[in-house]
Design a binder for this molecule. Structure first.
Ligand code: SER
Length: 357
């Protein structure tokens, strides 16, 4: 663009012309980061993606990104430097400490999960101030925002909706619920003293159940027994499950989780009636999961040896969640049962991943 052309631009246009428009993905090297970055690049190979992670990202992710950075979301200088070079219209804030790790280091978890989220929200608000455009901020939240007081209460509650049982019993759940509320505040109310139309960003959040990928394993979560059991089966290893056989939680596959993120991101803002939505695909007990895997990997040997802390967490999370709001507002529809998830995605994906057959 010539300088003569540039001089005709308004200051907002000038600002946008000076910075490359990009999508920011934090937690780019994590499980969901992998899936999301591949999906974003698949659907628009021209889009600029900036990937940020605490650890160096794999080359396969780097190849799909305009830039990958190794850095900490608590580092505001690093975020300000990024914002000086890019115009972020979309921020997918995936970086977080998961539930079991957060319980082991609750103060660090607060800094990362709440402080880090606040830093990303500030980056988005600054973007709105500079450009006048509302950035879309998408946050994966979690079933950990719910807290059932006992196993008996969990059994009675059954399938729960978004506004019930919001008394998390884990640091991770408290952090994510706080992050949801901060996002909702900046979406609905920020600037209410100055403007009749407050709101500084477009915040959208999904409360994910346990997520199972055929390619990667999570670390530090409490739903990890699902993916761990499956990957152990594919590797021909025995698995010691850290929860009781009758423990029930909702789950979904990683491709369905990524699809949910993209569908929520694409939904017209006017169709969204809430900041955070439940999604789920199937809700087996740990024993049902083991039995279903064993019909495909017949040698699977699972022993159930619950560890008290992690069992307590699972007993406080809902057996299943009601996804009616997501279905109604943005057309969410899960495509998998446990059996179809195993047959159509997980087993073929694991066989390819581990070079079986
Ligand atoms: N998968 C998360 C965890 O176990 C819950 O959303 O921490």
């Amino acid at each position: 663009m010539s300088s003569a052309h540039l001089s005709n631009l308004s200051s907002n246009d000038q600002d946008l012309a000076d910075r490359r428009t990009a999508i920011l993905v934090t937690g780019a090297g994590g499980e969901m980061g992998h899936g999301l970055i591949h999906a974003l690049a698949d659907r628009d190979p021209e889009c600029a993606i900036v990937g940020l992670d605490l650890r160096p990202t794999e080359d396969s992710i780097g190849a799909l990104c305009t830039e990958t950075l190794t850095g900490d979301i608590r580092d505001t200088e690093m975020l300000e430097d990024l914002a000086s070079r890019y115009h972020f219209g979309h921020v997918f804030h995936l970086a977080a400490m998961l539930s079991s790790n957060a319980e082991r280091a609750p103060l660090l978890a607060y800094e990362v999960n709440v402080g880090g989220t606040m830093n990303l929200l500030r980056l988005a608000i600054a973007e709105r101030d500079r450009t006048g455009q509302l950035p879309v901020v998408v946050l994966p939240s979690t079933i950990a925002v719910y807290g059932l007081s006992s196993l008996a209460a969990k059994t009675v509650a059954g399938t729960i909706t978004e506004d019930e049982f919001l008394e998390p019993r884990t640091m991770y759940g408290c952090n994510k619920l706080a992050a949801e509320h901060l996002g909702r505040y900046f979406n609905d109310h920020h600037g209410q003293f100055e403007s009749e139309t407050p709101g500084s960003l477009d915040f959208r959040s999904i409360r994910f159940p346990g997520i199972i990928s055929a390619e990667t394993l999570p670390s530090g979560g409490t739903t990890d027994y699902g993916p761990e059991m499956l990957h152990a089966a594919a590797r021909g290893e025995a698995y010691t499950c850290f929860v009781r056989a009758d423990s029930q939680l909702p789950f979904m596959t990683m491709p369905e989780a990524v699809r949910a993120i993209l569908e929520l991101t694409d939904a017209p803002r006017s169709s969204l009636s809430r900041a955070s939505y439940n999604v789920r695909s199937f809700a087996p007990t740990a024993a049902e999961l083991a039995d279903s895997i064993r019909t495909r990997f017949t040698d699977l040997d699972v022993t159930f040896e619950p560890t008290p802390g992690r069992q307590l967490i699972v007993d406080g999370w809902p057996a299943d969640v009601d996804d009616a709001a997501a279905r109604c507002d943005w057309g969410w529809a899960p495509t998998h049962t446990l059996d179809s998830a195993l047959d159509e995605y997980l087993i073929p994906g694991l066989k390819a991943h581990y070079g079986l057959e």
